[in-house]
Design a protein around this ligand. Structure first.
Ligand SMILES: *[C@@H]1O[C@H](CO)[C@@H](O)[C@H](O)[C@H]1NC(C)=O
Ligand SMILES: *[C@@H]1O[C@H](CO)[C@@H](O)[C@H](O)[C@H]1NC(C)=O
Ligand SMILES: *[C@@H]1O[C@H](CO)[C@@H](O)[C@H](O)[C@H]1NC(C)=O
Ligand SMILES: *[C@@H]1O[C@H](CO)[C@@H](O)[C@H](O)[C@H]1NC(C)=O
Length: 601
């Protein structure tokens, strides 16, 4: 059996496994279920909630799987109609049920998290009201990221943190508030990294972002990594016992911890697809274009779709994971530490990185945008481009290869023409890459290749590196791609703000995950790009624009732009950080009870 066959069999068996436990769209919505926050495989609190189906589905139904994907039924109408409708229903219901008074907010908090909010919640609520912060209940990711620490005695937690500060002194800094004074850098990164201007700037900007509400925060001390990578791999068993202890209001015994296992897979549940069918790390060096799946899928829940425990192939398709081969040993302690980005399998607590808030150069109307190709420009980052590294399989290389390959065909779902909305979508048509790619894709590496000399030569043979494109020119494209680099993509806000449709493929949940709606504000794209052409041509139409849904595209572009103005203002960043640091200060406190809001009850 060759590698490719093994890969195909693996993909097929995972697909089959995942078909059990799915639910189908028209299944009635269970009222007693708490709406699931996107993602978080370790959640014990919430379970997946299918979007409410308002109208009966006329044609055969697509399958809404519990791994965050929609599985296409060829007899059903084009699935993007279903996805947009479901997204709009979910968003409307979120807006509709949002708390309007502090009493409602406390009640909702207690219902979701089974404890009272942190002390200072009333000040936070005042901030929310004064600054028109929307969706004030939707911060489940804060709860999920801090919950394991509730299962550790605060004495132990502080000792763990103190040891980490010393051990990792050349990578992490310490910030905090002491004796009611201003929030400041308590300890800079030591050694040569401490001189790095970018790291310093990130750190100082981050401290500045806490200033608008510093008077309202209690004293705290926090370890923070200003690099663009997460650093603390989760240990599933350890995290699981801690979450269980938290739920039972007890603490784990640090002397009786489950034995560690090495590698990325240690972060996954034993019953998860990744642990059941581990990806072949030997096959990580994909030199062919990825095989096209037999069954088409689209992302319906972006956070779940990012999880490598549910989607093991991410481990061999994303630079973050590929760089570490089978992965590092997980940390033996639950370490409370902030990083600029985190993944579903890292423990790092997620603040708001103080970057990526530029406004567009010129805000063009949709009609003024003349280019209907999908745009991406960027450098070859995401992994180290050197000998022995599996850079061929990393996200940016695969994207550029997919979009510039001229040989062979690609199977694409035919975009429905007017009047064909109810016609079965089928299994896809074979389109010649030589015809399609030059006509609809404008995806290239720019500037000079990065990496070791030998690899850079290889890259120059493989790809055409084009000149840098100005922001002004890029704003004339209707459709833009957003893909991760070494860490999360910090372009998302800028791209959304340009009134273009953003196609986003990422493995990093971000601070706004619960307050943005895929298929309404942007188009989510899978890590393997198997849905990229299907989604793109649904909106732009085929090479002749036949079957385009320009109106729907314009609507998403406008909604994305307007989202940046309502949900990603400085005030929204502050509201998130304010709440996060109130929660953090409480869980780290030696007297958590005294740090709890006792307000209106
Ligand atoms: C689609 O319809 C055909 C013909 O009615 C049927 O044989 C097939 O099983 C259906 N496929 C699915 C996935 O429902
Ligand atoms: C909040 O909304 C109100 C009413 O629309 C407006 O008057 C006020 O200026 C807004 N405040 C902020 C900080 O945006
Ligand atoms: C950390 O570095 C900044 C910038 O160089 C400096 O202003 C500050 O005094 C340093 N803080 C500490 C605690 O060393
Ligand atoms: C990946 O495959 C290429 C082409 O076959 C080969 O030259 C390269 O050495 C391989 N890289 C690794 C890390 O195995």
């Amino acid at each position: 059996m060759n590698r490719r066959t093994k890969f195909l069999l693996l993909a097929l068996s995972i697909t089959l496994l995942l078909r059990y436990g799915y639910w189908v769209l028209p299944k009635p919505y269970s009222k007693t279920k708490i709406p699931r926050p996107p993602g978080y495989a370790t959640s014990t609190l919430n379970s997946p909630s299918p979007p409410k189906a308002k109208e009966p589905v006329q044609r055969a139904a697509h399958v809404f799987r519990s791994d965050g994907l929609l599985e296409v039924n060829p007899n059903g109408s084009h699935p993007i109609f279903t996805l947009i409708k479901a997204a709009e229903a979910e968003w409307t219901s979120k807006l509709h049920r949002a708390s309007r008074t502090i009493d409602q907010a406390v009640e909702e908090y207690t219902r979701r998290y089974k404890r009272l909010p942190p002390k200072g919640f009333d000040d936070w609520w005042d901030y929310v009201i004064e600054n028109n912060v929307t969706l004030p209940d939707e911060y489940d990711s804060i709860f999920h990221s801090l919950e394991p620490f509730w299962g550790v005695h605060p004495n132990d937690l502080q000792q763990t943190m103190a040891a980490w500060e010393v051990d990792k002194a050349i990578y992490v800094a310490t910030i905090g508030k002491e004796k009611g004074g201003p929030i400041h850098v308590i300890r800079n990164i030591s050694g040569p990294n401490g001189e790095d201007k970018n790291l310093k700037r990130t750190l100082l900007r981050f401290v500045d972002s806490l200033k608008p509400f510093e008077d309202k925060l209690p004293d705290f001390r926090a370890v923070i990594s200003p690099w663009d990578n997460p650093g603390i791999l989760k240990d599933y068993e350890l995290t699981d016992v801690a979450i269980e202890a938290a739920a039972g209001k007890t603490y784990i015994d640090l002397k009786k911890l489950p034995p560690p296992k090495p590698g990325w897979l240690s972060a996954c549940k034993p019953s998860s697809p990744a642990r059941q069918n581990p990806p072949s790390f030997q096959a990580a060096n994909i030199t062919d274009l990825a095989p096209q799946p037999k069954i088409k899928t689209f992302i319906r829940d972006h956070h779940l779709a990012m999880d490598p425990c549910l989607h093991p192939s991410h481990l061999v398709q994303v630079g973050q994971y590929l760089s570490g081969n089978e992965g590092p040993w997980p940390e033996r302690d639950l370490i409370p530490s902030f990083s600029m980005c985190s993944t579903p399998i890292h423990l790092d607590i997620l603040p708001v990185p103080p970057v990526g808030i530029e406004e567009p150069h010129h805000l063009h109307q949709w009609e003024e945008k003349v280019d209907e190709r999908l745009l991406w420009r960027g450098r070859n980052t995401g992994i180290w481009f050197g000998g022995g590294m599996h850079w061929r399989s990393s996200q940016r290389v695969r994207l550029v290869r997919t979009a510039t390959e001229l040989s062979g065909t690609i199977k694409v779902l035919r975009p429905p023409r007017e009047g064909e909305e109810d016609v079965g979508v089928g299994v896809g048509e074979e389109w010649s890459r030589m015809v399609v790619n030059p006509a609809i894709m404008d995806i290239h590496f720019s500037d000079q290749p990065l990496g070791e000399d030998e690899t850079r030569e290889l890259l120059k043979e493989m790809f055409t590196f084009v000149e840098h494109m100005s922001v002004e020119d890029s704003e004339l494209y209707k459709y833009v791609m957003d893909v991760d680099g070494n860490g999360w993509s910090s372009r998302f806000r800028r791209l959304l703000a340009t009134n273009s449709v953003v196609f986003k493929s990422t493995t990093y949940p971000e601070w706004f995950t619960e307050r943005v709606q895929p298929w309404m504000h942007y188009v989510p794209i899978s890590i393997d790009y198997s849905d990229l052409y299907d989604a793109f041509v649904f909106f732009r139409g085929d090479i002749n624009r036949e079957g385009n849904h320009d109106e729907l595209a314009r609507k998403i572009a406008a909604a994305g732009r307007s989202w940046t103005e309502k949900f990603w203002r400085d005030e929204d960043i502050s509201a998130y950080l304010f709440r996060l640091f109130l929660e953090y200060a409480r869980v780290m406190s030696l007297d958590r009870d005294a740090m709890t809001y006792k307000g209106t009850f």
